[in-house]
Write a protein that binds this ligand. Structure first.
Ligand SMILES: [Zn+2]
Length: 323
């Protein structure tokens, strides 16, 4: 596409997005009750329980974590894309561990299936057991994994317009191997994937209680859409952590599985909180999570996805124009 036409289609897409932002998004929150902590906390305690042994990639505890997610999906009637929920992923074998893990992948068909797709993601793995200490990874990233289960429940009950893929990635903590494998061989043609919304560490508020949205510096056409629902969030939401900062670690562009989508030109929004003292420590436990804060974040994630959904065609067009 030549630069002039490219500019025009980008401008048109931005206009469509901006006018939606003004018109329709303000009523989204009023339409439904927020997600209750009851839909989150029992699952968070289950997935971040010592019996999951820190969900290390390729470990028996990791397999138990995946089985738990699969059981929950079956119980709510959310189906895999092919025959199986678990898609094998090769991982780096550690002593006593297998060299094969898996992504857990499911889809909720939209009211108008077959068009652009939104991929909602989190990672189910964490650090496992190190020096006989279990790293439960409640915030990182049982919180995102359980958020996806709660969102699946909501979107099953009240489907979106577009198909939504739910992906629980393997081995994020050891090189984002699961999301890289997904991006290399996605379960639907890659051209259909309009957007990735990635949740990683969404339950702790020690870092100031702010939920960050990263990605709009790279994909500015997403900002008016997200901005339109920010005022309806019960927790403060800020945009950033997607450009060079004072420290290299301030830029989260490549810090979680959304990087695997960004790398292949799929726009992303990443939702997460600031690092906290229990980040990658044995103390990242479910009992440190404030249920009300966590539920507010997941409720906002639902609002955000429901605001993005009717505009996914425009997002997809903007994505194509920027490639
Ligand atoms: Zn993580």
């Amino acid at each position: 596409m030549n630069p002039r036409r490219r500019f025009l289609s980008l401008a048109l897409a931005s206009f469509a997005l901006a006018s939606f932002a003004l018109a329709d998004a303000s009523s989204l929150a009023a339409q439904r009750a927020p997600i209750s902590p009851d839909r989150l906390m029992p699952r968070l305690h289950a997935l971040a329980h010592d019996s999951m042994e820190g969900r290390g990639a390729g470990t028996p505890g990791g397999a138990r974590g995946r089985a738990y997610i699969e059981r929950e999906l079956r119980a709510m009637g959310v189906m895999p894309i092919g025959d199986a929920y678990q898609v094998p992923v090769r991982v780096r074998a550690r002593p006593g561990a297998d060299s094969v893990g898996a992504n857990v992948v499911a889809m909720i068909p939209g009211r108008v299936p077959g068009g652009p797709v939104l991929v909602l993601s989190a990672h189910h793995d964490h650090l496992g057991i190190r020096n006989d200490v279990i790293y439960n990874g409640a915030d990182d990233d049982a919180s995102g994994s359980v958020a996806l289960l709660a969102l699946a429940e909501r979107f099953k009950a009240e489907p979106l317009e577009h198909d939504v893929i739910f992906a629980w990635f393997e081995a994020e903590e050891s090189g984002m191997l699961g999301s890289r494998a997904f991006a290399a061989a996605p379960p639907v043609p890659v051209e259909r994937i309009a957007l990735n919304v990635n949740l990683d560490m969404v339950s702790r508020h020690e870092g100031g209680g702010t939920l960050w949205i990263a990605g709009t510096a790279h994909y500015p056409f997403l900002k008016p859409l997200a901005e339109a629902v920010v005022s309806q969030s019960a927790v403060p939401v800020r945009f950033g952590h997607d450009t060079a900062g004072a420290r290299p670690s301030d830029n989260w562009t490549n810090s979680s599985d959304h990087a695997s989508f960004h790398r292949i030109g799929v726009p992303f929004l990443y939702l997460g909180v600031e690092d906290h003292p229990d980040y990658h420590q044995p103390g990242d436990d479910a009992d440190k999570v404030d249920p009300a804060f966590y539920a507010s974040v997941v409720s906002f994630a639902e609002l955000l996805v429901r605001a993005l959904d009717p505009q996914l065609g425009a997002v997809h067009a903007a994505r194509s124009a920027t490639r």
